[in-house]
Design a protein around this ligand. Structure first.
Ligand code: ATP
Length: 338
């Protein structure tokens, strides 16, 4: 038993997504690519989280593992109570049918083109054999289409729906067997801004009404505005988290607060933001000083230097201040997003 399962605790309190030191290495023509390099991620039950990152940072690789389509090379991963590393073939089928739902970027990949919206939603229920009666399946399909605001396309083929309608029907399909977790890979990638907002609202509805945990992988910065937690992945590791919450001040006025944190993994590793590294010319090694309430990071000045630096500390990590400001020393998140 690894530590990740200690964290899982009981069924009631177990996070819906728990990854610890996840590694995925691809080898093609003798060349090794480390797509995931010790990634740690925890998503609590009922959360809506966006996963962002530059192209090639490992987002799709992670999603393939979380959806049971691929296995990690190393580390531990657990989704909706299922151990994804030790999963048998039968468990994989059960996991993909009942515990997790997916929505892909390509609208055409989500729906069978020769079936209506209702028929598409019924398919996963028929494959799983639940509910037993055909009328009950049709009733459930109607309920889900209504929940997602697409009742008007119930009898239409995908070719006769807009891109946004197709994606909302795709969410209904993914929810057909009442999964605990919904995973989406760039679900708004082919949509314009207004339609994207509708689709994101549909994910929020699924979360609010059905309690489904949602993880959306995206390049789209607008997605981050619709979720309470955004996790940035860089070079195959989670590097940064942005938390959003609404707080009512003493004056009775509600304000949206945004706090940004570097991710610290269980053994104390973290990634410095690239702009910090560039601005201070940090290379190879840095000097750390433990202060009563924070840690200072100083440019290393070579192996022979023993004296602590005397200049003003350039980079300091300290607890986030209240009131929604960023941790001291951390300026606005301007990392590129491709
Ligand atoms: N099947 C594979 N074989 C070899 N290398 C792969 C494979 N899948 C992914 N990679 C490599 O792993 C790294 C991460 O890729 P991944 O597709 O997970 O990134 P991503 O963040 O999803 O990128 P994008 O946003 O462009 O889809 C890249 O260097 C990619 O080339």
């Amino acid at each position: 038993m690894t530590a990740v399962w200690d964290e899982a605790r009981t069924d009631e309190t177990e996070p819906d997504i728990l990854c610890r030191d996840l590694v995925r290495i691809f080898v093609t023509e003798g060349v090794e690519v480390q797509a995931l390099q010790g990634l740690t991620l925890r998503v609590e039950r009922g959360e809506v989280v966006a996963l962002v990152g530059a192209s090639g940072s490992g987002k799709s690789t992670l999603l393939s593992i979380l959806s049971g389509l691929d296995r990690p090379t190393g580390g531990a991963a657990r989704v909706a109570g299922q151990d994804l590393v030790a999963m048998t073939r039968a468990e994989r089928v059960d996991f993909q049918r009942h515990r997790v739902g997916f929505v892909w970027q390509q609208t055409a990949r989500n729906l069978l083109p020769y079936l209506t919206a209702t028929q598409n939603v019924v398919v996963p229920m028929a494959l799983a054999g639940t509910p037993r009666r055909t009328a009950a399946r049709a009733a459930r399909a109607a309920e889900l289409l209504a929940l997602l605001g697409v009742t008007h396309v119930a009898d239409r083929l995908p070719a006769h729906m807009s891109g946004g309608e197709q994606q909302r029907v795709a969410i209904a399909v993914a929810l057909a067997n009442d999964p605990r977790v919904l995973l989406a890979d760039e679900p708004t990638g082919e949509l314009d801004e207004a339609t994207s907002a509708e689709v994101l609202e549909a994910f929020r509805t699924a979360n609010a009404e059905l309690g489904t945990t949602v993880l959306v992988v995206t390049h789209d910065p607008a997605v981050a505005d619709h979720v309470s937690r955004t996790v940035r992945i860089r070079d195959g590791r989670t590097s940064l988290e942005v938390l959003r919450r609404r707080e009512v001040g003493a004056d009775g006025v509600a304000r949206d607060l945004v706090e940004e944190f570097a991710v610290l993994d269980p053994v104390g590793r973290m990634q410095l933001p690239p702009e910090f590294v560039t601005q201070l010319g940090l290379r190879d090694r840095v000097r750390l000083d433990l202060e009563p309430d924070h840690v200072s990071v100083w440019p290393g000045t070579g192996p022979s230097s023993a004296a602590p630096p005397t200049a003003a500390p350039p980079t300091t990590t300290s607890p986030p201040t209240s009131g929604g400001s960023r941790p001291a020393g951390r300026h606005a998140a301007t990392e590129e997003q491709s």
